[in-house]
Structures are given as C-alpha cells and as structure tokens.
Design a protein around this ligand. Structure first.
Ligand code: UDP
Length: 447
C-alpha cells in the first residue's frame, strides 16, 4: 500500500439498516485504493453472523456494554454520544494518517469530534434525499409534523403531490415520540455544515430535490449502495453484516423449483413490530392470495403467528426467520416484494427490478411508500382500515394488482427502467461513480 495513502475512518450507526450501506461505501473506497477503517460496536460484533473479509474493523463501545441497560431513550442517547465520541477520538489519535471521518448522520455530534482532531468530515445519510429535505424543513420549522392532516404540502424541492400524511411519522413510539423525532430529524443537521454530505440515493431517482440541495450545500449522491450492482467490486463474495441468524430452511431450493415470477417475497425489515391481529391478517391474506410466498418473520415475532395457521413450510408458502434478502430478490421466481418500505429494501427492490406492495409503518416509510406509488410508479400502497389494520382482503387485492394484469405490466416496465438508471449511476462515469471519485479527490486528498 502506498505510504501516502490517506486513511478514512467510517462510523456507522449500529442498526441493521445503517450498517450495510456504510460497509458498502467503505468497500467501494477500498476498491479505489483508500485505506479504510470501519468502526463497529462490540454489540454489533457479537451479533454479526460472518466475519468481514474485505474491510479493516476496529471495535468501540456504544455505551451499553457495561452496567445496567439504559432505562430510557434519553439515557441511551446520552450514553451513546459519550461512548462513541470517546471511542472515535481514541481511534483517530491512533491512526495518525487519518484524513477523513465519515459518520452516520444520525450521530450528528461526531462532526465536532472529527473537526477537533483536524479531520475533514463527511456525514452519511441512509434514507432518500426527499426525506432529508423534509427533516431539514422540520428542523428549520418550515413544516410541523402532521399539523394539518389532509392538506397538501408545499415545500421547495419536493413533489407537489406530497401531503402531510406522507411525512415521516414517529407517533408509533407513543410516549417517546417527540424524543425519537428529535433524534431522527437531527440527521439533517449537518447538511449545511459538513465538508461533504453523502446520500445513499442517485441523481436520476430524485432529480429535483438533489438539485435543490446540491445548489446550496456540499451534497453528493453515492448510491444505490446495494452490492449486486457496484461494478468496482468484481469477483469474490461481497461482505455483508447480518445481525440476525440466517434461517436453516432451504428457501433457495424451494425457490428453484418455482416458475419464474410466481412468488411473493414478504419482509418488514429489522425493526417493525406488528400486532397479533395484523399478523393474522397477513397470514390469511397470503394463504388466500393463491400465490407462492416466502415470509420473513423474525424470531421475536414468531409467537404472534396464528396458531391454526400452520404453514412453517407448505407447498404454497415458507416462513423464515432471516434470509439473504438480496439473493431472494435476485431470484427469477420472485415477482413481488411486500415490504415495509425501509430505504434499503426499497433500493434493493428498484435495483433488482421487483415491483412492490408497500406496507409502510414507521419513520420515513410512509414517505418512501408515497414515492414508490406516485413518483416512481413501481407498486401499490395498501389501504389501512378505520381500526388501523390492513385486512386480508386488502392484501390479496394488492398482491393481485402487482402480479397480474395491465397495472402489473406497467409496474414491471417502470421498475426495469429504474434498475437501468441505477446501474447507469454506479457505472464508470455515472453520477454516483463521479461523486465517489470527487469525494476521494476532495476529501481524502484535499484537492
Ligand atoms: N434483510 C435481510 N434479510 C431479511 C430481512 C431483511 O438481509 O430476512 C435486510 C434487507 O436486505 C435490508 C435490511 O435488512 O438491507 C433492512 O433495512 P431497511 O432499511 O429496509 O429496513 P429497517 O430494517 O432499517 O427497518
């Protein structure tokens, strides 16, 4: 390795949806010759299912390793900030050649830690640019969350069709909704301040809002950070972090014997928790849809499956605790992705060309669902009844619309278009490829 190569230190937020985009970005920097150190927490290292082979890793504390677990969200936040700040400062001191700190934007205070040590600092945002713009407007007070439920929202840079109901929502968190809102929208805090503000999206996907941001601030789109389409990482298996144990069920064999485009893949990510009633509706909706399905139900959610609905593995469907989602979505048998619209899942569906049944739940998921249905037109969003439940009938109708008939063809055509544009963005000379090279040039080499 060239002695002059500057080091990059990268600090992801220790949650499933935040880890892989950062890891992917680090791999992409390493592939372009930079020396990158990824800082993971002890908790992540303990849960990780596979060691990383392409990335240098060092461990730090997130403030929860010793003593009693935090009793409140506020306590978690305070301990996280103290422990991560201290850990990052110590690692910077150890790596004298470190020139750049890349940190997850949710830990916005790391900007000061990096600056104090004389590093250039990039904040890394793992949701769409539109959501970042909304958080920015919320921080500035231009928009108050859910103030007028059915009126249309007029915000510079955002699609005119956006309504208040499409804004990110944290009411799910009940008593601590306000604290979680504050924590989450703070991600946009560094957009005007960071030396570089990286977003896991691509220009042609969010043209208007990206242009609006990039005219004002040092915003760079570097996505989609989804392994299969980053051409710089040729050969060898991609590193991935899974915090959940992969199910031993042989889902790939089960998929291999299905007809092309005959299976619904169902997953609600790593965080969403469903009510028992909702789980029952999903179970019956899937069983009665008359389609094949793979449904990811995390270990902690398994007890909510209806007792009489005995289909751990049947001819029609298979339930798994955790699976390699990208591999499943890449499989030719998969025709439809019923998802909670987490940003990674959304990007993976676009990159792998799978139309969506959108079932948003918390945080940015409603905004993503709005974009999926009305802007990118790659799927349909379920309707929630007056009791807050998505019924089995509604689930069946939506699956049918995404898999059969003229609408299904249109979704398929559109998703293939976005897949092509995603590939273009990450290919040599594409917008994200150019932005990553600029990042290296400006941030690592200070040119
Ligand atoms: N995922 C996976 N296996 C599963 C379910 C999910 O690998 O069985 C991955 C999925 O590919 C995605 C991530 O977990 O990369 C979930 O991130 P997302 O932003 O979609 O949702 P979150 O978990 O943050 O709500």
């Amino acid at each position: 390795m060239d002695m002059e190569t500057p080091d990059v230190i990268a600090v992801p937020f220790p949650f499933q949806g935040h880890l892989n985009p950062m890891l992917q970005f680090c791999s992409s920097l390493s592939a372009r010759g930079l020396k990158v150190t990824l800082l993971l927490t002890h908790g992540v290292a303990k849960s990780m299912q596979f060691p990383l082979s392409h990335c240098r890793v060092e461990l730090i504390s997130d403030g929860t390793d010793a003593g009693e677990p935090p009793r409140t969200f506020q306590e978690y936040r305070t301990r996280l900030q103290a422990a991560v700040s201290e850990g990052v400062a110590a690692i910077i001191q150890k790596h004298q050649k470190a020139k750049v700190l890349v940190h997850d934007s949710i830990m916005s205070w790391l900007l000061e830690v990096g600056r104090a040590a004389g590093l250039r600092v990039a904040s890394f945002f793992t949701q769409p640019a539109a959501v970042c713009a909304i958080y920015h407007h919320m921080l500035c007070g231009t928009v108050k969350q859910h103030t007028a439920s059915d009126s249309t929202l007029r915000l510079p840079s955002l699609p005119a069709i956006m309504e208040f109901a499409d804004l990110p929502s944290f009411s799910y968190f009940g008593d601590i909704a306000e604290e979680v809102t504050d924590f989450t929208i703070n991600q946009a805090f560094n957009m005007p301040k960071a030396d570089c503000f990286l977003i896991n999206t691509f220009d042609s996907l969010e043209e208007q809002v990206v242009k609006w941001m990039a005219e004002k601030w040092a915003v760079k789109t570097i996505g989609p950070l989804v392994p299969t389409i980053d051409k710089t990482l040729k050969g060898g298996k991609h590193d991935r972090i899974d915090l959940f144990e992969l199910d031993s069920e042989s889902y790939l064999k089960w998929l291999d014997i299905r007809e092309p485009k005959s299976v619904v893949y169902v997953s609600f990510g790593s965080v969403v928790v469903m009510s028992e009633e909702q789980m029952e509706e999903i179970a019956w909706g899937l069983a009665q849809s008359n389609k094949y399905f793979i449904w990811v139900v995390r270990e902690s959610e398994l007890v909510k499956l209806p007792k009489h609905c005995n289909f751990k593995t049947t001819e029609k469907g298979i339930i798994v605790k955790w699976c390699p989602q990208i591999e499943i979505l890449s499989h030719e048998a998969v025709a439809c992705f019923m998802t909670h619209c987490g940003w990674n899942s959304t990007l993976e569906a676009l990159c792998l060309g799978v139309p969506i049944v959108a079932m948003p739940n918390i945080a940015d998921q409603s905004t993503n669902a709005k974009l999926i249905e009305d802007v990118w037109k790659v799927g349909i969003r379920v309707k929630v009844n007056e009791k807050g439940i998505i019924t089995r009938q509604e689930i069946q109708i939506c699956i049918k619309q995404v898999m059969e008939g003229e609408k299904a063809n249109e979704f398929q055509r559109n998703v293939i278009k976005w897949k092509g544009l995603a590939e273009e963005a990450t290919s040599e000379g594409g917008s994200s490829d150019v932005n990553i090279k600029d990042f290296i040039f400006q941030m690592a080499y200070g040119k």
